[in-house]
Every structure is written in C-alpha cells, then in structure tokens.
Design a protein around this ligand. Structure first.
Ligand SMILES: [Mn+2]
Length: 406
C-alpha cells in the first residue's frame, strides 16, 4: 500500500500581509499530480489545513476544490485531522458528507475513541490498513486542571494525557486489525527534541506537552505528524515523522526542503519512506548586513527559474540611526524582479538601548509572550514566581486560543 503524508498547509496564510493563494494553488495541483503519478492509496493530512479558525472564502474554496478533484483519483481513503490552528467546528461541518467520498475528517478529539479509528478497505470491503486518526489534543481533551498544581505536575499530566490517548487508541485499533495489515497513526503536537522554525504557535501551554518517541506505542508501523514546519524524524526513529509544511511560512524556513512523504508498505512491512520535493514556485530570500553589504548582495541578485517573484526580508546591522535606511534599501532593488516585504534594523553597542526602544515601534514584530516577559522584568520576582507567572499567562493564552478554535 502506498500512503502520502503531508501537513501544515495553512491555507489562507499571509506573509507580511501578502496572501499565499498562488503558492497554495500550485502546491495542491502538484499534490494531485503526485497522487496520480505515484498511485497513492491513502492520503494523510496531519493538521493545520487552515491558517486560522475563520479561513477566508478563497481558502475554503481551494480546500473543497481539491477534495472534489481527489474523488477523481484512485486514492481510496483520505484522513484529515485538525491542528492547533484549525477550528474543530469548521473542519467537522462537512464531515458526514465527505465521509461518503471516503474522506474522513477528525476535527478534534472525539467523545467515543472508536471514531478516531479508521479502517481502509479495498473495493470488495476487505480491510487493508487501520489508521488511528488522532487530531491535535486540546488541553480540555487531555487533562482537567487541578487548582494549586505545580509546574512539574502540570507538565506531567499533559504528557501523560497525550501518551494515554495514543496507547488507548492503539489497543482499540489492534482488536480489529486484519492480520498482516499495517497500523498507522497521525498526530499534531510538539515532539521533544524536534527543531522548530519561527512560524509555529506555542501549543499545550507554552509547549509543555513535549512527548518523546517512546510515547508512541510500538504497535504503530508509521506515525504521520504535523505542527512543526521542518521535515524531520522524531527521536531518530524512521517511522515517526514530520512531513513539514509544503510552503515556507516564515523567512526562517528559507533553507528548508519542502516535501511530502511517500510511505510504502508490503503487508505490514514498511518498505520505503521517500521524500518528494515540492517544487519551489516562489523563492524567499534574506539579506543581512550593513547598508553597503546589502546593496552589493542586492545588486548581485539574479532571478531564479521560479514562476513567481522573489520575496525578501532585509535585516540591517547599523552603527548609527539612519532615518532613510528603508528607502535606500528599497531603491537598490528597484530594477530587480524582487519585492522587499520587510526591512528591520539592529544597532551596534552604543545604540543598543535606543534600538530597544525604537524596536517596539513596530507592533507587528512583537509577540505577546515577549511583551509579558518585558513587563515582568524589573519586578524583582524570584525564579519560581517568574516561572509560575509565565505558566499562568501561557495557560491564559492557550485557553483563549482554544476558545477561538472550538
Ligand atoms: Mn502548523
């Protein structure tokens, strides 16, 4: 059997106010083409289909058009799980309808665990594989907050909650697993030791729920993960993987390979895992250094073979405040097929404190947690209090986020 693993599409995403529609549309065309070409039997989409809980109509249209085209391929079964960015109700709304096309949607943890277990059958109804379609597990799905709980206890409870969910699922799935058939699982979480980029939001109260590879039962022959945008294995295990996002979601992902994963089974034997590169349709570039260095680099910039115009970020390193730095930099790129989306500056020593003040001027650059941390500074809190305050604040943020994505 041939499975294709992808995740973190983030349809409806914007990079510095620029929409990604063209890139997403080309990715979905590539995906359909790959499904045909590689004769894929099962498609696994491991969460964060949409960038936010209220996706724009254009993103919804793209999603449904893709699913419609999918029904015209030989793909027998599609499994879609909700991520931390997805709204459970938005994903689940067409669930019953999509089920009649063998597209199973698990927007959020289900009341009855059996609903997360999906059997793949051939045309004559014979079981071929079973998938534990575990979605992003929200705080309320895995633990009941206990008043006065300490940091360590909270961490342990979340981790244990996730691990228990997986082991219960595996046990239940094994009961009906036809002999010689593979058992797969999905997940949307932050596995310990994995590498992040700049574009993942914190999950599980400031990333408290980092589980390790051994939390996934050995019974799983492959685990298709989502959440982290860089493709990677977990704990060195071949069978536990992040596919990564197909479109770079921040300038920190410039050097990452963007891929989908082809997983081939013969009976229960995992034969091959083959990354298939997603074609780059738009290059993202980062230019860094003094104004003169950036000028030289921009002058040397050559257009690549990509279909769409390059987007760039410029990080200036300045020794004095230069009011027209932004304008200067943009003028160097005037006759290039390149658009500068963002210019930021850092200052050398003497101006550092001033820079810290001016840095705050750009609100879009500030993260909520950074503002909170700065506010705590100078309050003379001891380390334990600081940790507790940060945890409480993360918990509040997490609750607000979960409220948005119900
Ligand atoms: Mn994501």
């Amino acid at each position: 059997m041939r499975f294709l693993h992808t995740a973190d599409w983030h349809l409806g995403h914007h990079l510095c106010d620029k929409d990604r529609e063209e890139e997403h549309s080309r990715f979905l065309d590539f995906l359909l083409h790959t499904i045909h070409e590689q004769a894929i039997d099962v498609l696994l989409i491991a969460g964060d289909i949409f960038d936010n809980a209220n996706p724009p109509n254009s993103a919804l249209r793209m999603y449904y058009n893709f699913l419609k085209s999918l029904t015209q391929t030989h793909c027998k079964q599609t499994v879609i799980i909700g991520g931390n960015h997805d709204s459970v109700s938005t994903l689940n709304a067409p669930r019953a309808l999509l089920q009649s096309f063998n597209i199973s949607v698990i927007g959020g943890a289900t009341e009855n665990l059996q609903d997360e277990i999906i059997e793949v059958k051939d045309d004559s109804g014979i079981g071929q594989a079973v998938i534990c379609a575990v979605p992003y597990l929200r705080d309320r799905d895995i633990r009941n907050a206990v008043a006065g709980e300490l940091y360590e206890e909270r961490e342990k409870r979340i981790k244990q909650g996730i691990a228990t969910h997986y082991s219960d699922c595996a046990k239940m799935a094994q009961e009906n697993l036809p002999f010689g058939c593979p058992l797969l699982a999905t997940g949307h979480l932050y596995a310990a030791g994995a590498r992040t980029s700049d574009s993942e939001k914190d999950i599980h109260i400031g990333n408290l729920g980092q589980i390790t590879a051994d939390a996934f039962p050995k019974a799983f022959d492959y685990v298709a993960l989502g959440h982290l945008h860089r493709p990677q294995k977990v704990g060195g295990e071949e069978r536990i993987r992040y596919s990564g996002s197909p479109v770079p979601l921040s300038f920190s992902e410039i050097d990452d390979k963007k891929q989908v994963l082809l997983i081939e089974f013969e009976g229960k034997n995992l034969l091959n895992i083959t990354p298939i590169d997603v074609p780059i349709v738009r290059r993202l570039r980062r230019f860094k250094g003094s104004i003169a260095q950036v000028q030289t680099e921009l002058e040397l910039f050559e257009n690549g073979p990509e279909a769409l115009q390059c987007w760039a970020e410029v990080q200036l390193e300045l020794d004095k405040f230069t009011p027209d730095a932004d304008e200067q930099v943009r003028s160097f790129a005037a006759d290039k097929n390149l658009q500068i989306l963002k210019v930021s500056a850092t200052y050398t020593s003497a101006l550092a404190s001033l820079a810290e003040q001016t840095e705050i001027a750009d609100l879009s650059e500030l993260k909520v947690m950074d503002v909170f941390t700065r506010r705590c500074e100078g309050q003379n809190l001891d380390e334990a209090d600081q940790q507790e305050m940060t945890l409480l604040f993360s918990e509040l943020l997490s609750d607000m986020e979960e409220e948005k994505t119900r």
